[in-house]
Ligand binder design. Structure first.
Ligand code: XIL
Length: 376
């Protein structure tokens, strides 16, 4: 690109790039991690065993990621599938060590989640569940203390569909403690690792429907309650599993982030991908629509100065959780989904260009989110 182009023209070209041309052809050397860093952001992706089994996939992480989130290895049902006394540390140890060795920030996901409790946990008494809860946090956070940059201490606290008071997601931890399990988890995690950034991570907040509104309301109340009670809440995570087939409002979501950012100080987009089940079969058209969804979302979200990280949920389409859902017939189509920045041959897609352009746009603003009206 000619250095003589005016700044305005350059901005225009970059904004058009993700949809108009192949980003790989345009800028073959671009890497997402450094581009994000120039914008004051950490870029990364979730990872699981494919990182170790597939060398080409690993190369992609090494090139683009400055952070790694555990996709499944630190979840309760993966660490303790067989019973209270048996721990499966191998995969989690390996992932944490990989992040350490390669200088990537590690995000531990997810310490406490009411979904997917193993059968043995469901059969315990409430008193026993309370004991397991405390022991779990002490043991897991303690084991990795000093090596985990951020913990998703509580994942998905809300699910209005469960009909619980306050819209809380039902499950063993809610049953055992009521909503105070969130504050309890944060306090115990802080005691076990005083340096880790402690986050509550939630889904669906960008939706502009009854579910999105109810979860945003729940999050506002939860955050206010936690701060009032002096619970150690350092960050909020917003998954960003974008569902373009449902109503959404990026400007409203950015306004919500702005509001919460003023209270909490750090916000992360933690599981970004685009569900393409409602898009046409044609791959070119589908990729363009996926990229547009990335672009529109990030254009709003990255104006919020407290947003500090953008994490994709895996990096290449065939490792997306949507690939599994499509195979199992849980989406409206069984075709292989294309939710991520790289395709199954590890080539960058238009979504990659959209991410890059969004990072570059933010890096051109000295103080993201501070411009007049940027967060409306
Ligand atoms: C998903 C994993 O990627 C799948 O492999 C697993 O089968 C189910 O969970 N929100 C979350 C993540 O917080 O933990 C979920 O991860 C995706 C939705």
């Amino acid at each position: 690109m000619s250095m003589r182009l005016s700044r305005r023209k350059t901005l225009g070209l970059l904004a058009a790039a993700p949809l108009a041309m192949s980003p790989a052809a345009a800028r073959p050397l671009a890497a997402l991690g450094p581009a994000a860093a120039r914008a004051g952001l950490i870029y990364g992706a979730s990872a699981s065993r494919a990182l170790f089994d597939d060398a080409a996939y690993r190369t992609l992480y090494l090139r683009h990621c400055r952070a790694i989130t555990s996709d499944v290895d630190l979840k309760f049902d993966w660490l303790r599938p067989h019973g209270p006394a048996r721990w499966e540390w191998g995969p989690a140890d390996r992932l944490v060590a990989f992040a350490e060795r390669t200088g990537m920030a590690f995000r531990g996901h997810a310490l406490i989640w009411n979904e997917n409790p193993p059968g043995w946990l469901k059969r315990l008494s409430l008193a026993e569940i309370r004991r397991v809860f405390d022991e779990h946090i002490d043991t897991v956070v303690g084991r990795y203390a000093g090596r985990v940059a951020v913990w998703d201490v509580v994942n998905e606290p809300f699910w209005p569909g469960h009909g619980r008071p306050g819209g809380y997601r039902d499950g063993p931890w809610l049953a055992a403690f009521g909503p105070s399990y969130v504050a309890r988890a944060l306090k115990r995690a802080r005691a076990a690792d005083p340096k880790a950034v402690l986050a509550v991570n939630e889904a669906h907040c960008e939706r502009d429907d009854a579910v999105g509104r109810a979860i945003r309301k729940g999050m506002r109340r939860l955050v206010d309650g936690l701060l009032e009670a002096g619970a150690p809440l350092d960050a909020l995570g917003f998954q960003g599993h974008l569902q373009p087939q449902l109503p959404y409002d990026d400007a409203r979501f950015a306004g919500f982030l702005h509001e919460l950012g003023a209270k909490v100080g750090r916000l992360d987009i933690t599981e970004l991908d685009v569900n393409d089940e409602s898009f046409p079969d044609d791959v070119k058209r589908r990729d363009a629509l996926v990229a547009r969804r990335y672009r529109d979302f990030l254009t709003h979200v990255l104006r919020v100065k407290q947003v500090r990280a953008v994490i994709n949920w895996q990096l290449a389409d065939h490792y997306s959780w949507y690939a599994g859902l499509a195979r199992n017939g849980e989406l409206r189509t069984r075709r292989p989904p294309r939710p991520l920045p790289f395709d199954a041959a590890y080539q960058p897609k238009p979504a990659f260009g959209a991410l890059l352009a969004a990072f570059e746009a933010r890096s051109r603003k000295p103080e993201p989110g501070n411009r007049k009206g940027a967060n409306r």
